[in-house]
Write a protein that binds this ligand. Structure first.
Ligand code: GRF
Length: 218
């Protein structure tokens, strides 16, 4: 079966990109990375793509008069690479309604919280301040509004009483690197169907474990 061609858009470190590269290296993985695009010339993650011989492009948003022009350049590069799906992986630009509509249900993002909680930036600090006992990450289809859109998959982690934002971020990031390849696989296999605002996953199996935090020692 033909593998789904994917464009990954980054702005920085690229650890989620690396997780997707590693997943795609498996012969039976149903997707391949057709290009990696960064809006920042110095994005460290570009090196992961170069090391894996994936075509890279730098499309610096500052070189364009406006958002539409920038997105037109993105669109051209993505289509030129033959990609049918876009993965945002730490891509720090909001998209216009036009771009979101053009790529509706073919554009996904990973966010480091259990959406719809803690949309936006500084998620881990806000999660700790709010006192939630669990946090995690979410892969979702992108809509025009930031960090909103049909949820494909989530991973949950406990928040520890002595966590700071860095400690929680590190615990969540480990799960991001497992969740993003899973979500990509489900889409590439054609198992994720968007019905209304909800994603239905064919053959999905829920986890059996229930977590209490703190644990019940009684
Ligand atoms: C991740 O935490 C991701 O959830 C968020 O931005 C961060 C990107 O990290 N959207 P990396 O560049 O993939 O290492």
């Amino acid at each position: 079966m033909a593998r789904l061609k994917v464009a990954v858009l980054i702005s920085g470190r690229g650890s989620n990109l690396k997780a997707l590269i590693d997943a795609c290296a498996a012969a039976d993985f149903p997707a391949e990375l057709a290009c990696v695009i960064s809006n920042r010339p110095g994005a460290a993650g570009l090196d992961f793509a170069r090391a894996a011989d994936i075509p890279v492009a730098v499309i610096d948003h500052r070189a364009f008069a406006g958002r539409e022009d920038f997105e037109a350049a993105l669109d051209e590069a993505i289509r030129g690479a033959g990609a049918g799906l876009i993965c945002f992986a730490g891509f720090m630009r909001l998209v216009t309604d036009g771009f979101a509509r053009a790529w509706r249900d073919r554009l996904i993002n990973i966010h480091p919280s259990l959406l719809p909680a803690f949309r936006g930036l500084n998620t881990h600090a806000r999660a700790i301040e709010s006192g939630v006992r669990f946090s995690g990450c979410t892969v979702h289809f992108v809509r025009t509004e930031m960090d909103i859109g049909p949820i494909i998959a989530q991973a949950a982690v406990p928040v520890h009483a002595d966590d700071d934002a860095d400690a929680l971020a590190a615990r969540v990031l480990v799960t991001e690197h497992r969740l993003y390849p899973l979500a990509l696989r489900l889409i590439a296999e054609g198992r994720a169907r968007v019905i209304g605002d909800v994603v239905h996953i064919d053959g999905a199996r829920p986890p059996e474990a229930v977590l209490l935090n703190p644990v019940d020692d009684t």
